[in-house]
Design a protein around this ligand. Structure first.
Ligand SMILES: [Zn+2]
Length: 130
C-alpha cells in the first residue's frame, strides 16, 4: 500500500484548516449567544484570544460541546499530519484510503477498525441525540 503523497497531504491539510476555521467561528457565535458565557470567560471576554482547547466542554450547550470535540479532533489530525502517523489506522496499522480521509480527514482508523471500535466501546449505534 502506498503512503499519502505530498499532494494528498496538502489537500487534507487544506480541508482541516478550513474545517478548523469554520468550527472556531461556529463556537464563537454560539458562545456569544449564550448569556452564561460572560461569567465563564470573565468580565471582558475576548473571543479572539480565547484558547478553545482550555475551555471546559461542559458548558451545557450540546452544539458547542459537539463542535469543541470536533475542533480537538481536527487539531489532533493537523498535528499528526505534520509529524508521522497520519493516515495510518491506529488499530491495524494499514494506510487509511485517501478517499476516506477526504470525507473524514480526522479519521484515525480504517472503516473496518472504526466499526469494530464503535461496536466495542459504544455498544453499537447510539440513539438519536435530539
Ligand atoms: Zn484498521
Amino acid at each position: 500500500m502506498e503512503q499519502l503523497s505530498h499532494r494528498h497531504r496538502a489537500k487534507l491539510e487544506e480541508i482541516l484548516v478550513q474545517r478548523e476555521r469554520a468550527l472556531r467561528e461556529d463556537i464563537q457565535r454560539e458562545l456569544l449567544q449564550q448569556e452564561d458565557f460572560a461569567q465563564v470567560a470573565g468580565e471582558s471576554p475576548d473571543p479572539g484570544d480565547l484558547s478553545f482547547a482550555d475551555l471546559s466542554v461542559d458548558l451545557g450547550n450540546a452544539s458547542v460541546t459537539r463542535d469543541l470535540h470536533e475542533l480537538r479532533a481536527v487539531q489532533q489530525a493537523r498535528h499528526r499530519l505534520q509529524g508521522s502517523g497520519y493516515g495510518e489506522c491506529i488499530s491495524c496499522g494499514y494506510p487509511i484510503p485517501f478517499e476516506r480521509l477526504l470525507v473524514m480527514p480526522t479519521s484515525e482508523r480504517c472503516a473496518r477498525c472504526q466499526q469494530n471500535f464503535e461496536h466495542t466501546y459504544q455498544g453499537g449505534k447510539r440513539g438519536a441525540s435530539m
